[in-house]
Design a protein around this ligand. Structure first.
Ligand code: GLU
Length: 272
C-alpha cells in the first residue's frame, strides 16, 4: 500500500469512528458514564423538593428517575431545574432527561422529545379562602402569579386577557407574593398547588378553585431524535405500571395517608 492509500484509510477509519461516536445515543452515554443525570424540581412537593431532615432532593419524580436508573444499572445524579431552564439544559446536554412537572405540549416538540404521560394534571387557581375568587372570570383586573417558562403563565393570559400575569422563577416564590398580597392568585397545575398549600403552616387559609383551565399531561423530556432512549423510558414506565411499582410510588407520595392525598384515577397508556 502506498502512502496515499494509507492516509486515505486512516482518514476513513477516523471518519467512521467519529460517525459512530456521534450516533452513540444517550443509552450508551449514560451506561458508560455510570450514572443518569436527571433534571428535577427542588421546591415542588411532592414531585421534587428538599427534605428538611436529610437535605436531599426527594419526591415522586425522583423515585421515577431512580427506577429508570436502577433499570439501567447506573447511579442517579439530580440537577435542579426551573420551568424556564429545563428545556435549554436538556438541549445543551447538561441533563439526560427532564422529570419536572413538564407538560407534553406539541410546541415543545420542536426542541425535545417526550415520553408517554406519567402523570395527568389540570391547571387551577390557589387563592386565600376569603378572597371571593372562584373562577378565572373573577381575575379580571387582578394580578396572578405563576412561573416563567410554564404553560400556566401562557394559558392564564389566554383564559383571562384582563389579568396581569406576574412571573416568578418558582411557584413557592409566587406563593410568597400571594401571602404578601402582591398577587391575588397563583395559577399552575392543581397537584402543584396542593403541594404548596399542604406544605404551608396554615393550609386551611388557602383554597384551590376554578375550572380546569387546561389539561396538563406530564411527560419525561428527552433529547430530540433518540428513539432507543425514548423506547427505554417508555417501556420502563409501562413495565412499572404493569408490575405495580408505579402505583406503589404513587401511593408513597399521593396516598390517602400522605400530606398530599390525590386519588389515582387514570390509566397509563400501555402498548400491547
Ligand atoms: N406543567 C406546566 C408546565 O409544564 C406547569 C408546571 C411547571 O411549570 O413545571 O409548564
Amino acid at each position: 500500500m502506498n502512502g496515499f492509500w494509507q492516509r486515505t484509510l486512516v482518514i476513513l477509519a477516523a471518519l467512521a469512528l467519529g460517525a459512530s461516536a456521534a450516533h452513540a445515543g444517550k443509552l450508551d452515554e449514560v451506561k458508560s458514564r455510570g450514572k443518569l443525570i436527571a433534571g428535577v424540581k427542588d421546591s415542588q412537593p411532592p414531585f421534587g423538593y428538599v427534605d428538611e431532615q436529610t437535605r436531599q432532593i426527594v419526591g415522586f419524580e425522583i423515585d421515577i428517575c431512580a427506577a429508570l436508573a436502577k433499570k439501567l444499572g447506573v447511579g442517579l445524579e439530580l440537577k435542579p431545574v426551573t420551568s424556564a431552564t429545563r428545556i435549554p439544559m436538556l438541549e445543551q446536554g447538561a441533563i439526560d432527561l427532564i422529570a419536572a412537572t413538564m407538560t407534553h405540549k406539541i410546541e415543545r416538540e420542536e426542541k425535545i422529545d417526550f415520553s408517554i404521560t406519567y402523570f395527568p394534571a389540570t391547571q387551577k387557581l390557589l387563592v386565600h379562602k376569603d378572597s371571593g375568587i372562584k373562577s378565572v372570570a373573577d381575575l379580571a383586573g387582578k394580578k396572578v402569579g405563576s412561573a416563567k417558562g410554564s404553560t400556566s403563565e401562557q394559558n392564564i393570559k389566554k383564559a383571562q386577557p384582563e389579568c396581569t400575569v406576574v412571573s416568578f422563577e418558582t411557584y413557592p416564590e409566587a406563593f410568597l407574593a400571594l401571602k404578601q398580597g402582591k398577587v391575588a392568585a397563583v395559577t399552575t397545575d392543581a397537584p402543584i398547588l396542593l403541594g404548596i398549600r399542604n406544605s404551608d403552616d396554615h393550609p386551611e387559609q388557602w383554597i384551590i378553585v376554578g375550572e380546569d383551565i387546561a389539561a396538563e399531561p406530564y411527560g419525561i423530556g428527552l433529547p430530540e431524535n433518540d428513539s432507543d432512549f425514548r423506547d427505554f423510558v417508555n417501556i420502563t414506565l409501562m413495565e412499572m405500571w404493569k408490575s405495580g411499582e408505579y402505583q406503589q410510588i404513587y401511593a408513597k407520595w399521593f396516598g390517602p395517608d400522605t400530606k398530599f392525598p390525590l386519588p389515582l384515577n387514570w390509566t397509563m397508556e400501555i402498548w400491547p
